[in-house]
Design a protein around this ligand. Structure first.
Ligand code: MG
Length: 394
């Protein structure tokens, strides 16, 4: 097995080139590293099953409140290694368990000779149909986990990042009655940064902020989820939010109102970050100028491969970067966390908002700091029984 692992790591080094290590052709052929088995990798086997994520609290945003989120768990097996992936489908993204399962039925990985052909594999997956970003992300995440395990290295290291530079994740407070908001905020008292959902109406928005402020002095990130209707109102309200210790505003108006948002951003004392206006890599150039930054989410952008490209493009355009999430288990959260040493803000609390997490992966310190491990791939361990992760850190 040792020889086989060495072989796989050498293959990986060759496949990833300078990105991963300086292995050259001669070292691949050293006699003491010669594989004792055939150098042909086995076929990849994709399996999947639905899983209903249960929320700790009913979760309210500007449009809707819900208590569960549908997800599908994915595994890709190859030569005894298993990569884990996940699709999460909040209702507003128009994917469902049925649509994700139907997409995954169409994925045929047997045509590829090796998991290391990631560019070819994921281009093929993306080309199966136009939409289904979460379904595509589930394959992408599982493939990254698999390849990282075969190489024997975590993705933050493969990407050349410093795991000490992870930010603290925001902890999200959904829209609710003032007394409930106060209780939720107390529960999250140790987190460095809170994220507060706004956008329902002026009275509710002010109550939300005042309720949080009555029990916490922590910096607040605000997400209006497209809820504000008028640019002058939004601009004045952001001025008040600034005075209340808010540090950024996400998606103030409808995703298509880029001229109005650009007007707000120009006058805003706070960074204005695109979420609903952004889905994939090709959206970024037209958002430059309208927003200060972007919020990258794996379930919208088809996974880690495209997220990495988005992060680098946004940096090249001098835009701020946040990495965000849906309600997700520690599987997809750990995938997104691999990028986090390079972002300005992380909103990766989806695994803390559920009561039935089924993976160990990235850990969260009591102040919210993301703690990446040295375990290979995404650093995942599948749990025997679901756990309530927030209970393990507060
Ligand atoms: Mg958002």
């Amino acid at each position: 097995m040792t020889n086989r692992r060495n072989f796989l790591r050498n293959v990986a080094g060759a496949a990833l080139g300078a990105t991963f290590c300086a292995t050259d052709a001669s070292s691949l052929l050293r006699a003491d590293d010669a594989p004792a088995v055939s150098n042909k990798l086995g076929k990849m086997n994709l399996t999947f099953k639905p899983y209903l994520l249960t929320l700790r609290h009913a979760f309210g945003v500007s449009g809707v409140t819900r208590t569960t989120t549908q997800s599908v768990q994915v595994e890709i097996e190859c030569d005894g290694y298993v990569g884990y992936g996940e699709a999460s489908m909040p209702p507003y993204l128009s994917e469902s368990t049925a649509s994700v399962m139907a997409f995954l039925e169409r994925v045929d990985l047997s045509q590829f000779k090796s998991p290391f052909e990631m560019e070819d594999i994921l281009t093929y997956v993306d080309g199966i149909c136009e939409n289904n970003a979460a379904a595509k992300a589930s394959v992408d995440i599982a493939l990254h986990d698999l390849v990282g395990k075969m190489i024997g290295q975590p993705w933050w290291k493969i990407w050349g990042l410093n795991k000490e530079k992870t930010p603290s994740t925001f902890y999200t407070i959904g829209i609710d009655a003032p007394d409930v908001v106060k209780e939720k905020t107390k529960e999250a008292a140790k987190f460095d940064i809170l994220k507060v959902k706004l956008g329902r109406d002026d009275k509710s928005d002010r109550e939300m902020i005042e309720s949080v402020r009555s029990v916490s002095d922590s910096p607040i990130a605000v997400d209006a989820n497209q809820g504000w209707k008028d640019k002058v109102y939004a601009s004045e309200f952001i001025g008040w939010l600034h005075e209340m210790g808010v540090i950024l505003v996400e998606q103030p108006m409808k995703k298509t109102k880029l001229d109005d948002i650009a007007w707000i951003t120009e006058r805003s004392p706070l960074p204005v970050v695109a979420d609903e206006s952004l889905q994939r890599l090709t959206d970024i150039p037209r958002l430059k100028g309208a927003f200060s930054g972007i919020n990258i989410k794996l379930m919208k952008c088809t996974g880690m491969r495209e997220a990495w490209k988005m992060l680098n493009l946004a940096r090249a355009l001098d835009m701020k970067v946040m990495v965000g999430c849906m309600t997700e288990s520690s599987c997809a959260i750990s995938a997104a966390a691999q990028l986090s040493p390079m972002v300005d803000w992380a909103d990766l609390d989806g695994n803390l908002l559920i009561s039935n997490d089924v993976f160990d992966g990235v850990k969260t310190a009591p102040n919210g700091k993301l703690l990446l491990s040295d375990l290979p791939g995404l650093g995942l361990t599948k749990l025997d029984a679901p756990i309530n992760r927030l209970d393990t850190i507060i």
